[in-house]
Write a protein that binds this ligand. Structure first.
Ligand SMILES: O=C(O)CCC(=O)C(=O)O
Length: 290
């Protein structure tokens, strides 16, 4: 796998320039300073606890092995309890919140950090939050609706492996799903003997710090490591181009439900077949010169 460490970094970019240079050509970038002079500049865990502490949240526990892509969380607890746990476990904590709709519970948080002007569009009200303990990972996937994402990180550091959609054939993706069955094992420990097709992939290997916003084009794969307990807010933009719109609609209406039904009917049989098939399909591409 070829890792590219540099991604364009921009600051004070106008809406027009962002659309022309990054959104329309669907090229990723890091945007600095979008939280500057907003209350979000001061966001930390105490502030989040004050706003959301009472909310019951669905916590994902990475130590539990999942065979399906569309499962909910593993444990329910108060948000404040979740934060206490991730802050107490200083070396490694498998807990995280995924697609947490924190803005539904605190309008103040959304007023603190509304969708930045460069990302305005019909989905600009939809902001999701993500929280993770130190060394928690988010498995390699792309977003099922094929929307473009502006992912702003807060409080600590996060490492992101970002892979263009065009490499999908090498990514060990099971049918009807948008995640990879390959273990990206903290990026530095990927087992290329087990997943040889990944050697064909070129990926961006980047780091986000407090206030950095990553623009992820439609359908780009991402694997994330929370290097510190920290959190992010993602705003979305409607898929760009007919191909992405159709792909997103098919994912949500047909593929998702076909997979759910097959899971329901065949249980392990389906997930085992899907996994084996994903391995065979990606491995088949290794020898094809393109
Ligand atoms: O930051 C995370 O925990 C996951 C973020 C993510 O997958 C996304 O923004 O699509």
């Amino acid at each position: 796998m070829k890792l590219i460490k540099e991604l364009p970094v921009v600051e004070n970019i106008s809406h027009k320039e962002f659309l022309e240079k990054f959104f329309y050509p669907q090229k990723p970038c890091i945007i600095k300073g979008l939280i500057k002079n907003t209350p979000a500049e001061k966001w930390d865990f105490n502030y989040m606890k004050k706003e959301l502490g009472h909310v019951e949240v669905d916590v994902f526990d990475n130590s539990i092995n999942k065979t399906s892509a569309y499962v909910g969380g593993d444990k329910k607890m108060k948000f404040s309890e979740f934060i206490d746990i991730i802050l107490k476990n200083e070396d490694k904590c498998p807990y995280r919140l995924f697609l947490f709709n924190g803005f539904k519970h605190s309008k103040k948080l959304q007023q603190d950090f509304p969708c930045p002007a460069i990302f305005k569009g019909i989905l600009d009200d939809v902001g999701f939050m993500f929280f993770g303990g130190k060394n928690t990972v988010v498995r390699m996937h792309y977003d099922i609706d094929m929307s473009a994402v502006l992912h702003t990180h807060f409080y600590g550091k996060k490492r992101v492996l970002l892979v263009p959609y065009e490499y999908t054939k090498y990514m060990y993706r099971p049918y009807f799903n948008t995640y990879s069955i390959a273990d990206f094992d903290y990026i530095d420990n990927i087992d290329f003997n087990k997943y040889p097709a990944l050697k064909k992939v070129t990926a961006y290997d980047i780091y986000l710090e407090h206030g950095d916003s990553l623009f992820m084009p439609c359908g780009w794969w991402h694997y994330m490591i929370y290097l510190d307990p920290s959190f992010s807010v993602a705003y979305r933009k409607f898929p760009h181009g007919l191909k992405n719109i159709v792909n997103g609609a098919l994912n949500l209406t047909t593929r998702l439900w076909t997979d759910k039904i097959l899971n329901y009917l065949l249980h392990e049989k389906w997930s085992n077949w899907k996994k084996q098939n994903a391995i065979e399909r990606s491995n088949r591409f290794i020898s094809i010169i393109n």
